[in-house]
Design a protein around this ligand. Structure first.
Ligand SMILES: NC(=O)C1=CN([C@@H]2O[C@H](COP(=O)(O)OP(=O)(O)OC[C@H]3O[C@@H](n4cnc5c(N)ncnc54)[C@H](O)[C@@H]3O)[C@@H](O)[C@H]2O)C=CC1
Ligand SMILES: O=C(O)[C@H](O)CS(=O)(=O)O
Length: 477
């Protein structure tokens, strides 16, 4: 049974207290469509106040060890409140309860890893003395924080992806102004209070909410923001890239992730992992499997296995412990997916399973005989749809995978080491996952794409590099 888990009006989190606003936006429960909570709609002056407060907080000493302690405490408190956060994720995203619990656990891990990294941020020795005329010099680098970081996050993984920005930014010694997605802002707002309870100095983390384009625009205008770290659509990523000017920008954008199933693969294992990782979070995961390339010799048995495993997935109320797939974020998105699938079928694709919509629910859907120019292949579906195509040779499939505007992660099922290593060199992505689907991620690995999938890496150690400047110190002795 769905319950209203928060039923609260949130203010803006500025300088460690709630600032109430009269204008609010409603946040819906994505399963019941009831109002779950309300959030404040920021005005420009609120955004400027948040940035100013962050700038002031940044000037105060916050040692690496204290950063470590605060992040560790936050991770512990988050785990203590796991069920509370998981239920809010169920409500605001429509994410099934079992997956929501996993997201809270991963978010705590992301903060824990960030805490560990806070203690080992270091530069390196630079042998300037080896240059003629510099014999009496020595040099080393420092990594210094950039200052105020603006973090703008998407709707689909609203706790862990927020932690992937706040964790490393704070670990590196920055102050953060966070703008969570307006449709799923609740966990981020709750997290702000947890950080305070964990000992974070006021102003180091500000959370402002409101209309994305408006608030994002005001953040971009404010020159006291020194870096933008963004996860979301390529459309908004490009706006940020253009308006940020010469400031630092890190962009985690979309993907139409491919996974290859070679003729020597363990087909049962491949089908199980692909079924699980294509439809998780109703396919609203940017490394979710969207394009499957199966070797022509094993097409028929593989499709049958994938169909069987997909049809075992249960769709329904995300609070129900037995449910695998909940609603999409809004009905309009499910309608778009329905349109793309119908268009593919009328252009010659075969519907293997699924293909129907009920409100915001879209059934897990498999298409075969897809063509590369179809929207379900060429664009990012961001929904529970997999399109299967075949190939004959290794060169051909590498070309098919690379024929994409995107390049975040890809998967490859094979026991052929030579193929795996050729793919590692030639597939144009930020990460290749061998003997698993494209959607494998643990939170300390480098994560980020090429082409339209963005620039910069996440994973706390790598994000800290993005969120610090390298400064060289030369000693003339
Ligand atoms: N590479 C990655 O790690 C991930 C990428 N994504 C991508 O995100 C997209 C889906 O998420 P959405 O939340 O719908 O993306 P979105 O781009 O619509 O929104 C993302 C964030 O940007 C804000 N925003 C909207 N307009 C803005 C503007 N003009 N200036 C500044 N900020 C603005 C939104 O309020 C939200 O907080 C998909 O394309 C997906 O692939 C999602 C998750 C992870
Ligand atoms: O890109 C996404 O949608 C997420 O980063 C995938 S994950 O972190 O939830 O695995």
């Amino acid at each position: 049974m769905a319950v209203n888990t928060t039923n609260q009006t949130y203010g803006l989190w500025i300088n460690g207290v709630w600032k109430e606003k009269t204008e609010v936006l409603e946040v819906l429960n994505k399963y019941t469509q009831n109002v779950e909570a309300a959030i404040a709609r920021s005005e420009k002056k609120d955004v400027d106040e948040a940035v100013e407060g962050a700038k002031e907080a940044y000037k105060e000493t916050f040692s690496a060890y204290d950063r470590y302690l605060v992040l560790t405490n936050t991770a512990r408190l988050l785990l203590e409140k796991k069920e509370e956060f998981a239920r809010v994720l169920v409500a605001e995203v429509g994410k099934p309860i079992r997956d929501s619990r996993v997201e809270v656990e991963r978010a705590a891990q992301t903060l824990e890893i960030s805490a560990e990294e806070a203690k080992r941020i270091h530069g390196e020795g630079v042998p300037v003395e080896s240059a003629p005329g510099s014999e009496n010099r020595m040099a080393f680098t420092l990594r210094v924080p950039v200052g105020v970081v603006a973090a703008i996050t998407p709707f689909n993984v609203p706790l862990n992806l927020v932690c992937h920005k706040i964790g490393p930014a704070l670990a590196a010694g920055n102050a953060v102004v966070l703008k969570p997605a307006e449709v799923t802002p609740l966990c981020a707002l709750m997290l702000a209070e947890v950080f305070k309870e964990a000992g974070l100095p006021d102003g180091r983390l500000q959370v402002i909410t409101g209309d994305g384009a408006e608030v994002g625009g005001w953040l971009l205008e404010n020159q006291d923001v020194k870096m933008f770290t963004f996860t979301g659509s390529p459309r908004v990523g490009e706006i940020i890239r253009q308006k940020a000017g010469l400031r630092k920008v890190s962009l985690e954008l979309g993907n139409n992730s491919a996974t290859i199933v070679h003729k020597d693969a363990d087909l049962d294992k491949a089908a199980a992992l692909i079924a699980n990782k294509s439809f998780n979070n109703a396919g609203q995961v940017c490394i979710s499997v969207q394009r499957v390339y199966v070797h022509q010799d094993v097409k028929t048995p593989f499709i049958q296995l994938l169909k069987d495993k997909t049809e075992q997935l249960q769709t329904g109320d995300p609070l129900d412990e037995t449910i695998d797939i909940g609603p999409m974020i809004r009905q309009a998105e499910a309608e778009r997916v329905e349109e793309w699938v119908n268009e593919a079928v009328s252009d010659g694709a075969t519907l293997v399973t699924g293909g129907s919509r009920n409100g915001a629910f879209y059934e897990p859907t498999i298409l075969s005989d897809v063509k590369r120019e179809m929207k379900v292949c060429k664009q990012e579906v961001f929904g529970p749809v997999v399109g299967i195509d075949t190939y004959a040779t290794i060169d051909e499939v590498i070309e098919q995978v690379n024929d994409s505007d995107y390049g975040l992660q890809a998967g490859l099922f094979t026991n052929d080491l030579a193929f795996a290593m050729k793919a590692a060199k030639e597939i144009e992505v930020g990460g290749l996952i061998v003997n698993d689907a494209s959607a494998y991620r643990v939170d300390h690995m480098p994560y980020g794409g090429v082409k339209k999938s963005g620039t910069g890496k996440e994973g706390p150690r790598y994000a800290i590099e993005e969120m610090t400047e390298e400064r060289i110190i030369v000693l003339n002795l």
